[in-house]
Write a protein that binds this ligand. Structure first.
Ligand code: HEM
Length: 282
C-alpha cells in the first residue's frame, strides 16, 4: 500500500481529533475559547473532508489496480458505492455536511455552541472505527471499543491543542481553572484510551509473542512507548506543576510540556496511520 495513503490517513485522523477537541473546548477548559478557535474548527473540517476524499481516491485506485491518475469515474463510483468503506465514507460525508451547515448557521457567533458541534464532531470521529481493523471481523463490540478509543484520542491528546492556544494569553486565574478542568478530564480519558487500546491490541495482535515477532506488533510497541512517555509528562504536569500555578516558572514549564506532549501525540497519529495498513497478526 503506498505511503501516500498513510499520509492522508494521518491528516484524516489528526483533523478528526482536532475537530472534536476544538468543538468541546469550552467544556474542556471551563472557559470561553480564544479568538480564532472557530476558524480553526472550520479549517479542521476542511482538512478532514479533503483527506477523506483523497483516502478514498487512493484506496479505490489501489483496488482497481491502476495509478490514481489513471482511475476513471466508473472505478471511483464502484469504490464509493460498491464497497463498505465507500458507503461508510459517503455516510461520513453527510455528517461533515451537517457540521458544515451548523458552522455556517452559527458563523455570526464568536464560537459555535458545543451542544450542536460536539455530537457532529464525535459522530465523524467515532464512525472511523468502522473503517479500521477493529470492525473488519464484523464484531460490533470491538468496533464500539475502537470508536471510544478514537473519541478518547480526540479529547486527549487532541484537547492539548485548545489548551496550548488558551495558555498563550489567558490571565492567571482563568489559566489555573482551565488546567484544573483539563487535567481532571484527561485522567479519565487517558484511562479510557489505555483500556480501549488494550482491547484493540488483544483483539488484533492475538498473543504476546506476536508483539515482538511481527511488523504490526513492533509498530504497536512503538506507539505504546510514545504513549507511556506522554503519560509520564502528563503526570509531572498534574503532580508537580499544577499545584504550583500560577507561579510563572511552573506555568512556563507546563506550557513547554504541553507542547512536548503534542509533538509526541503527532508521532502516535503517524504510527496509527501506518498501523492501519499492516495486516494484524491476530
Ligand atoms: C496517545 C495515545 C493514543 C492515541 C492518540 C491513539 C489513537 C488511535 C487511533 C486514531 C487509532 C485508529 C483507529 C482505527 O483505525 O480504527 C488507534 C488504533 C489502535 N490503537 Fe490507539 N491510540 C493511543 C493509545 C493506544 C494504546 C496505549 C494502545 C495499546 C495499549 C493502543 C492500541 C491501538 C490498536 C491496537 C489500534 C488498532 C490499529 C489498527 O490495526 O488499525 N492505542 N489508536
Amino acid at each position: 500500500m503506498p505511503l501516500s495513503i498513510a499520509l492522508v490517513r494521518a491528516f484524516h485522523f489528526a483533523s478528526g481529533m482536532l475537530l472534536l477537541a476544538v468543538a468541546a473546548a469550552p467544556w474542556l477548559l471551563a472557559a470561553a475559547p480564544v479568538r480564532g478557535m472557530a476558524r480553526l474548527m472550520r479549517w479542521a473540517l476542511a482538512v478532514h473532508v479533503l483527506s477523506g476524499a483523497a483516502w478514498g481516491w487512493l484506496a479505490f485506485s489501489e483496488m482497481a489496480g491502476v495509478s490514481p491518475w489513471a482511475v476513471d469515474g466508473g472505478g471511483l463510483a464502484m469504490g464509493w458505492v460498491g464497497t463498505s468503506f465507500g458507503r461508510l465514507s459517503l455516510l461520513r460525508a453527510g455528517m461533515a455536511a451537517v457540521l458544515a451547515l451548523v458552522l455556517w448557521c452559527e458563523r455570526k457567533r464568536r464560537f459555535p455552541p458545543p451542544g450542536w458541534t460536539v455530537p457532529c464532531a464525535a459522530a465523524l470521529l467515532g464512525s472511523l472505527a468502522w473503517a479500521g481493523h477493529a470492525a473488519a471481523g464484523g464484531s460490533g463490540f470491538f468496533a464500539v471499543a475502537d470508536g471510544f478509543h478514537l473519541l478518547a484520542a480526540g479529547i486527549w491528546p487532541g484537547g492539548l491543542v485548545p489548551l496550548a492556544l488558551f495558555l498563550v494569553s489567558a490571565p492567571d486565574a482563568e489559566a489555573v481553572r482551565a488546567v484544573r478542568r483539563f487535567s481532571a478530564v484527561s485522567l479519565v480519558t487517558v484511562a479510557l484510551l489505555a483500556a480501549t487500546g488494550a482491547i484493540n491490541a488483544w483483539h488484533l495482535v492475538g498473543g504476546w509473542s506476536a508483539l515482538g515477532t511481527t511488523g504490526y506488533g513492533r509498530l504497536l510497541l512503538v506507539k505504546v512507548a510514545l504513549f507511556a512517555v506522554m503519560v509520564g509528562i502528563g503526570a509531572r504536569n498534574l503532580l508537580a506543576l499544577k499545584p504550583r500555578l500560577p507561579e510563572p516558572a511552573a506555568r512556563g514549564w507546563l506550557q513547554g510540556n504541553v507542547g512536548a506532549e503534542l509533538v509526541l501525540g503527532m508521532g502516535v497519529v503517524g504510527v496509527v496511520a501506518l498501523l492501519g495498513m499492516l495486516p494484524p497478526p491476530g
